[in-house]
Design a protein around this ligand. Structure first.
Ligand SMILES: Cc1cc2nc3c(=O)[nH]c(=O)nc-3n(C[C@H](O)[C@H](O)[C@H](O)COP(=O)(O)OP(=O)(O)OC[C@H]3O[C@@H](n4cnc5c(N)ncnc54)[C@H](O)[C@@H]3O)c2cc1C
Length: 370
């Protein structure tokens, strides 16, 4: 089969690239070994909360804030195009502390966040409980960011894939790429597990935590992307319900209509996707420390996903060094839902114009070459 652009991976990154290419009238082929959005992208809690991963201004801050800023209009367009609802909401988020000894640390972070320009309010424990009466009585301070929000991550990916398909992209599921064909410094095609060959002019590797496997087929020295498992669970919403996102105790609570998502562990466990009793117990007890009423909430579901982790927690974007027609778009760690659309737009631009947008340039692989 002849196709110009092949994208390995049908997570948020691969689907967003295909979507932005399709908006420019270019139909790419997304090849996904399972189902669309069934790995990290579908497991994600859907936080659109850029402050957490940031310790002040810099390239990652620019990327996260621009990524989130793209979403309101994009979600509206995708909803119109596909009819899918993604639960996009600016619910606001509270970053809480329960231990008075940790207040100074939160204050330091708050000072570091100020130059980012996001609306924020410093609250006492009582002021935080006025906003969220279910918060534990021992919460003694909080930072409230009213514009942070959430999206249903899986629905978002499905909408990107469907909109891309409607504009001509080919989305192949249950199709695993097992080898790449090359001629000198160009990839000329990909091979599926069924032995089918897809020829390509350009290849994008958007294979999430598995990206290093794909670059290994090019005899590329080991790429610094590793899986970092995150376990989550959902609990029944109490009545009255939690309205805002809560961070605290190294965990978060994300409220929905009927359930609260509690996340997430951070574990080096290779590619194992198992949910463990230890993980579930930690999530439940931490959730209860933040919101004691959750002791009475039924557990609805548990699941896990693999974050594509890089050593500096920043993505790897742009051409694969030494190859003329291979582009990487991976390593989004804990922020791929927030930044997937911006990644998609930037990588589509790169494929169409040969130019990487300035906001994306700091994330090239070259930063690790020394
Ligand atoms: C527990 C958890 C919570 C998270 N919460 C948030 C959050 O709240 N907000 C946020 O912004 N981010 C969050 N993230 C991070 C976010 O989910 C990831 O950064 C993002 O999903 C990465 O997207 P991706 O497309 O690169 O990877 P993936 O979604 O993993 O997609 C990669 C795809 O490539 C496919 N693939 C791999 N190899 C092959 C092959 N050889 N052939 C064919 N297909 C292949 C895989 O099957 C997979 O579907 C969370 C992640 C986890 C694990």
């Amino acid at each position: 089969m002849e196709t110009d652009i092949v994208i390995i991976g049908g997570g948020v990154v691969g689907c967003a690239i295909a979507y932005y290419l399709s908006r420019a009238g270019v139909s790419a082929t997304v090849v996904e070994r399972g189902e669309i959005g069934a790995q990290a992208s579908g497991a994600a809690a859907g936080l659109l909360a850029p402050l957490g991963p940031l310790s002040g201004p810099g390239p990652l801050a620019d990327f996260l804030l621009a990524g989130c800023a793209l979403l309101p209009e994009l979600v509206e367009t995708l909803t119109e195009e596909t009819g899918l609802h993604m639960g996009y909401q600016q619910t606001g988020a509270l970053r809480t502390v329960r231990d008075p000894k940790r207040v100074a640390r939160l204050k330091k972070r708050w000072e570091a966040w100020k130059p980012l320009g996001l609306p924020m309010h410093w609250l006492s424990g009582d002021e935080a409980r006025q906003l969220e009466p279910l918060l534990s009585p021992d919460v003694c301070a909080a930072v409230y960011a009213p514009t942070e929000g959430q999206i249903q991550a899986r629905q978002f990916v499905l909408a990107l894939a469907q909109a891309a398909r409607q504009r001509g992209a080919i989305v192949r599921t249950q199709t695993e790429i097992v080898a790449l064909e090359r001629s000198a410094t160009r990839v000329t095609g990909v091979r599926t597990a069924e032995g089918e060959r897809l020829s390509c002019q350009q290849l994008v590797i958007a294979a999430g935590a598995w990206t290093a496997h794909a670059t290994a087929w090019l005899s590329f020295p080991e790429l610094p992307i590793r899986p970092l498992r995150g376990q989550l669970l959902s609990l029944q919403q109490p009545a009255p319900s939690l309205q805002r996102i809560i961070f605290g105790e190294a965990a978060y609570l994300v409220p929905g209509d009927e359930r609260i998502i509690v996340g997430a562990t951070r574990e080096e466990a290779g590619f194992a996707l198992a949910v463990t009793e230890e993980g579930t117990t930690w999530l439940r007890t931490t959730a209860q420390r933040l919101l004691p009423v959750l002791a009475h909430s039924e557990m609805l579901a548990t699941w896990a996903g693999l974050r594509p982790k890089t050593p500096d927690n920043q993505p790897l974007l742009g051409p694969l060094p030494g190859w003329e027609n291979v582009v990487m778009a991976a390593g989004h760690n804990s922020v791929g839902i927030m930044t997937g659309a911006l990644t998609g737009r930037s990588i589509a631009d790169l494929l169409l114009t040969g130019q990487l947008a300035p906001i994306t340039r700091p994330f090239s692989l070259e930063r690790f070459s020394s």
